[in-house]
Design a protein around this ligand. Structure first.
Ligand code: GLC
Ligand code: CA
Length: 543
């Protein structure tokens, strides 16, 4: 069964707010300098206090950590540095007690070269796992895909999915080349066996209490699948398993092509820095474009006080995908993640508040990357850790307090997973807790509003009211039933105003939460006047 309007999956998803926990950097409870699962458990009340009701936990399974755990060597075992399987089950239980759900990270496309499957597959003698990975049949033959030759006595090169130690699991080729018999069709029993194995891994953790999976590189499974038809078929099959066995669990894609991912069966897809500059054009600052080489030829970010961005770069792509997925699944625009520069890079707290106002009032499912809620900075100049390279600066430890190591760990500073942001006035949870004007409390207000007003949630309709090429502000309407809410954001430092016609609405709108913006009735509608770096959330009731 594929996703249809009738079958949207679990109803809790539409109004969920997720928090991404990067376990190694979150809270260390045993003084070894690395965050751990008991640390996540200790902070569940904090996560709940943000208004979040779901967690995405980055990979916590056994791994040589060449890519920070995205190189799994045992999918059924928690990495000892994070704790035990019993700790993970305790996390599920403690989270559920507090009304929080916990989703794990499924690295479905590859494993570590240390995985016993791969070691078995690398043997010369034919065995059950010979085809578990994509191998060519000669070390001298190019695979037409990134591949490594000379790994073992087996004559052939293995295809990689990411770094050299992340061999691609074999789900087959969309159109196998008859001249290359090592390219197996998707329905080959050995490719189907890989698929079944992934299902079993999901079943194992869902049975243990997990609430779903975020799927790493979800579009990468079937090879040479230019139109993604076979990849989509594969996920439809996975989704069918969810629908029949785990109807309350959620399937989240790292695909960044919502129209495809949701048609394939995912409940949520992230709109991030892949495939199109839409997400990049919102937030990604100039240093990031240079450092990460993302879409170098796009206009400056829209959420930038210089005011030179273009909301249409985002909106044209977003609307196309929104219309195609409406009623079938959700697009998530995250505050950031462990792979990109921190949202705080190049932004003041006031600018971050405007960005958060947008993120928490858009349709879909908001995701807050741990630390973004206090405006943690990107720490530049760090030596790469566990395959982080320039991503390392977004993975530094959480800054809880003014205590030792910012309250993250009691270890010696040199033994920490990564150094703490050395900046003198680095933000901490402790100081922001007591400041009603802090970013942390701004987020709490926004998540409360989102919960109180279903029009702002995942199911509310979305319609732009003012979104002009190269102009500010950006104004949109969210509607559900009799409730209409108008949101206006002006990330630029310039004062601006805009005329809007939100339809037939009551003459007395109420400001739910605003800063520097006012609304005045005109002959034909309303005029919103906005100071530089301001926002406004106004509620209208139907007449
Ligand atoms: C995803 C992860 C990233 C990882 C890569 C390879 O993009 O988010 O951290 O390095 O996949 O698994
Ligand atoms: Ca620890």
């Amino acid at each position: 069964m594929t996703a249809t309007k009738k079958n949207r999956g679990p109803s809790w998803v539409a109004n969920a707010i997720f928090y991404e926990v990067y376990p190694q950097s979150f809270l260390d409870t045993n003084g070894d300098g690395i965050g751990d699962l008991p640390g996540v458990i200790a902070k569940l009340d904090y996560i709940r206090s943000l208004g979040c009701d779901a967690i995405w936990l980055n990979p916590c399974f056994e791994s040589p950590f060449g890519d920070a755990g995205y190189d799994v060597s045992d999918f059924y075992k928690v990495a000892p540095r994070y704790g035990t399987n019993a700790d993970l089950k305790r996390l599920f239980k403690e989270a559920h007690k507090r009304g929080l759900r916990v989703c794990l990270d499924l690295v479905a496309g590859h494993t570590s070269t240390e995985h016993p499957w791969f070691k078995q597959s690398a043997k010369v003698a034919k065995n059950k796992l010979t085809h578990r990975y994509v191998w060519t049949d000669s070390v001298w033959q190019g695979a037409g895909l990134p591949a490594i030759s000379g790994f073992s006595e087996r004559d052939g090169a293995y295809v990689t999915n990411f770094f050299h130690f992340q061999p691609a699991l074999n789900y087959g080729f969309a159109k196998p080349d008859p001249k290359k018999p090592w390219q197996l069709p998707v329905e080959h029993p050995d490719c189907l066996a890989t698929r079944e194995e992934m299902k079993n891994i999901m079943r194992y953790w869902l049975d243990a209490g997990a609430d779903g999976f975020r799927v790493d590189m979800a579009s990468s499974l079937v090879k040479d699948d230019t139109d993604f038809k076979e990849t989509m078929g594969l996920w439809a099959d996975m989704r069918a398993m969810y629908d029949s066995e785990y109807p309350e669990a959620v399937l989240i894609a790292e695909w960044s092509d919502p129209a495809r991912a949701i048609a394939a069966g995912f409940h949520i897809d992230f709109l991030i820095h892949f495939n199109d500059p839409a997400y990049t054009s919102l937030f990604r600052s100039e240093p990031e474009r240079v450092l990460f080489r993302f879409f170098e030829n796009i206009p400056p970010s829209f959420f930038d006080s210089k005011g030179q961005g273009d909301i249409r770069v985002f909106l044209d792509y977003y609307l196309k995908h929104y219309r195609k997925t409406r009623g079938a699944g959700h697009i998530s625009i995250p505050t950031g993640n462990h792979d990109i520069m921190r949202l705080a890079e190049g932004r003041t707290m006031d600018e971050l508040k405007v960005a958060f106002t947008f993120l928490l009032t858009m349709p879909g499912v908001p995701y807050i990357y741990c630390g973004d809620e206090i405006g943690m900075r990107y720490v530049s100049g760090l030596i790469s850790k566990e395959g982080g390279y320039n991503r390392t600066g977004s993975r530094t430890p959480m800054q809880w307090s003014s205590g030792k190591n910012a309250g993250f760990s009691t270890a010696k500073a040199k033994d920490l997973y990564l150094p703490i942001d050395p900046t003198k006035n680095r933000p901490t949870v402790e100081t922001q807790e007591t400041d009603p004007e802090s970013l942390l409390n701004h987020l709490r207000l926004l998540s409360k509003l989102r919960r109180k007003h279903p029009a702002l949630g995942g199911d509310g309709d979305f319609e732009p009211l003012y979104a002009e090429k190269n102009y500010y502000p950006f104004i949109y309407r969210r509607t559900l039933g009799a409730e209409t809410i108008v949101v206006a954001v002006n990330p630029s430092a310039q004062a601006v105003s805009a005329d809007i016609r939100p339809g037939k609405l009551s003459p007395n709108p109420m400001s739910l939460f605003s800063h520097g913006s006012t609304l005045k009735r005109t002959k034909s509608g309303w005029k919103i006047t906005m100071a530089g770096i301001s926002f406004g959330i106004f509620k209208f009731d139907a007449q």
